[in-house]
Design a protein around this ligand. Structure first.
Ligand SMILES: *Cc1c(COP(=O)(O)O)cnc(C)c1O
Length: 235
């Protein structure tokens, strides 16, 4: 696996897709998803200039990124996986953004832990748009409840910046596109209702479907396999 070459290829492809979709150059950010890959592999990506990473399990993220962050202050980490309340404390120590906020009760815990560190945390609301996956808020109504709490300044250390989704695991492009379109429409709807927040981020697209996602307005793609290779789940 040539991580550096893969990164260059992916970035080139992202820039080409931005152009093709009449998107501004640089409007799509790449989160390099390093789950199941070692710290040394992350360092190779950093040498190539990649500064934004994603991990979906807090314990792994905490162990891998604590040393990396202390030596590379420009590196930023997004938590992208389903988050248990008792893991929020460690998550908040290493990440600057939690992309996978999927329930209102999580906000209280994020606020509590972020306040202790006197740190602001960006969040994305994960919306369930696919058929099979269970992750995410079930409805836009529930996200409104969360935004109402934030609007009332209940959680001053939490900064909502947009939305995230996982498309269904299928080869059916129509279904994948439908999922991305519904996230974009949810964003447009909620941004109108909550002009006091900048909810411009749309985190959608992975190794297999990021091209469709960029066409549909993604601003963050989360790519693992196409950069670091297949994951060895037996480790
Ligand atoms: C693992 C993971 C990714 C990256 O998936 P690839 O198919 O390896 O690019 C993206 N988003 C989430 C939430 C993930 O858990």
């Amino acid at each position: 696996m040539d991580i550096k070459e893969n990164l260059r290829d992916i970035l080139k492809s992202i820039r080409e897709l931005e152009k093709k979709s009449n998107r501004e150059e640089g409007s799509v950010k790449l989160v390099a998803v390093s789950k199941f890959h070692a710290g040394e592999e992350v360092l190779k990506a950093i040498e190539e200039g990649q500064l934004l990473f994603g991990e979906n399990r807090v314990q792994e993220a905490f162990q891998k990124f604590t040393p990396i962050l202390s030596q590379n202050p420009k590196v930023k980490l997004h938590i992208i996986g389903s988050l248990q309340s008792n893991k929020v404390r460690d998550a908040v120590k290493v990440c600057d953004t939690i992309e996978s906020v999927d329930r209102i009760s999580l906000l209280k815990e994020i606020e509590k832990q972020a306040a202790k560190l006197d740190k602001n945390i960006n969040i994305l609301f994960e919306l369930h748009t696919g058929e099979e996956s269970k992750a995410g808020f079930e409805s836009v109504e529930e996200i409104k409840e969360a935004l109402d709490l934030l609007k009332a300044n209940t959680y001053p250390h939490i900064n909502p910046i947009g939305f995230m989704t996982m498309a269904p695991f299928t080869k059916d492009e129509q279904l994948i596109r439908k999922s991305f379109v519904s996230l974009r429409e949810a964003k447009e709807h909620l941004q109108k209702l909550y002009p006091m927040f900048n909810l411009s981020e749309l985190s959608m697209g992975m190794s297999g479907d990021y091209k469709i996602a960029i066409e549909e307005g993604s601003t963050i793609v989360r790519i693992g396999t196409a950069i670091f290779g297949e994951r060895d789940y037996s480790k």
